[in-house]
Design a protein. Structure first.
Length: 336
């Protein structure tokens, strides 16, 4: 666990960048530091590996104040990924990843073999290993940056806007890959972003900062959407938060009604449309009990008959949810 204990940072000649922040970043989880520009996110992140020292207060890793620790040793256990990857331009991709393990005492051959494995894990095949960073796309460079940070197998990773320099489609792909990787590795990660949607998507815990380096709220993404602490957080989290919060709940407990007569099924029992006079209208998609309530809501709204169809693992229809029943369910859930 990383602990900020009443941390203050005042830059000489500047204002207060971080103002009495107390925060816990749980072990094995991804904590996102998010907030508007200049609110102290990067300063806070860099206090974890001592690139910046607090003016007062303490930063502890697993209960030990890092101020008293050997700086080189401390950083060995902390990977660092920055925007635009920050790769060494005159080294190949392979050597970018293998450099730190060599410095830590691995033979060049061992380090290179491990580096190839890491590149593969972040989705880069062997053909990229011999290239130089400038010969890669932005998204590929970010992947190398992540592989390089992982090379020393540090328990802690600091990531400063790691996905912001790539276009939205590549970012989406990197998010998915990164979440899968983190599921396997379970690193303790602190990530800075200014993008609340990214924070909500990736974070186990989200710490929202406001101007002046003050913590506005620390919560799970779902809590932030359902119960923002104040108007600043509500505004920062953005519109549609009620609908967005439904992404975090599955349809497992949603009661379904029996299949109605106007639902058309194929021979295998799979839904193929809604009968409407002489026409058959499209179902517009189906859900399973492990899908989110947000998907079910979307299906019920967009269905030509206001009804979402549930299917089982074989794709057979096994129940329906009408939009008014869904509304009743959501209202009852809110009240409980
Ligand atoms: N070396 C420095 N000297 C003086 N002031 C600084 C220094 N570094 C940062 N600041 C100031 O401290 C405040 C917090 O900066 P910081 O970079 O931590 O914010 P941030 O939330 O990461 O911002 P951004 O999202 O724009 O990167 C800002 O007002 C900034 O101008």
């Amino acid at each position: 666990m990383i602990t900020f204990d009443d941390v203050v940072k005042v830059y000489p000649g500047g204002g207060t960048a971080v103002d009495h922040v107390s925060l816990e970043l749980p072990t094995g989880k991804l904590t996102v530091l998010v907030g508007p520009s200049g609110c102290g996110k990067t300063t806070s992140l860099r206090m974890i590996n001592r690139m910046i020292s607090p003016t007062s207060g303490r930063v502890l890793i697993d209960g030990k104040d890092i101020a008293g620790q050997d700086e080189a040793l401390l950083r060995r256990g902390i990977g660092y990924v920055i925007q635009n990857a920050g790769l060494f331009p005159h080294r190949t991709v392979l050597d970018n990843v293998a450099t730190v393990p060599v410095l830590l005492g691995k033979t060049r051959r061992e380090a290179r073999t491990a580096a190839l494995g890491l590149l593969e894990r972040v989705g880069l095949s062997e053909e990229f290993a011999k290239r130089y960073p400038a010969q890669l796309s932005g998204g590929q460079q970010q992947r190398v940056g992540v592989a390089r940070a992982l090379a020393a197998d540090p328990p802690v990773m600091l990531m400063d806007e790691p996905f912001s320099a790539v276009d939205p489609v590549v970012r989406e792909q990197l998010h998915r890959e990164f979440l899968r990787l983190q599921q396997d590795l379970g690193k303790t990660i602190a990530m800075v972003t200014h993008d609340i949607d990214e924070a909500i998507k990736l974070g186990d815990v989200v710490a929202i900062f406001r101007q002046g380096g003050v913590l506005a709220q620390v919560a799970t993404p779902q809590e932030l959407l359902v119960a923002p602490a104040d108007d600043f957080v509500a505004e920062f989290v953005g519109r549609d938060r009620g609908i967005r919060s439904l992404s975090f709940d599955t349809a497992a407990e949603l009661p379904v009604a029996a299949l109605p007569d106007d639902l058309v099924l194929d021979e295998a029992g799979r839904p193929s449309g809604w009968r409407s006079g002489s026409q058959v209208l499209p179902t517009g998609g189906t859900f399973t009990s492990s899908d989110s309530l947000r998907l079910v809501t979307d299906l019920a709204i967009t269905s030509p008959v206001g009804t979402a169809v549930r299917v089982n693992g074989d794709g057979k229809a096994d129940g329906v949810v009408r939009h008014h029943d869904l509304a009743d369910y959501l209202a009852a859930r809110r009240a409980s």
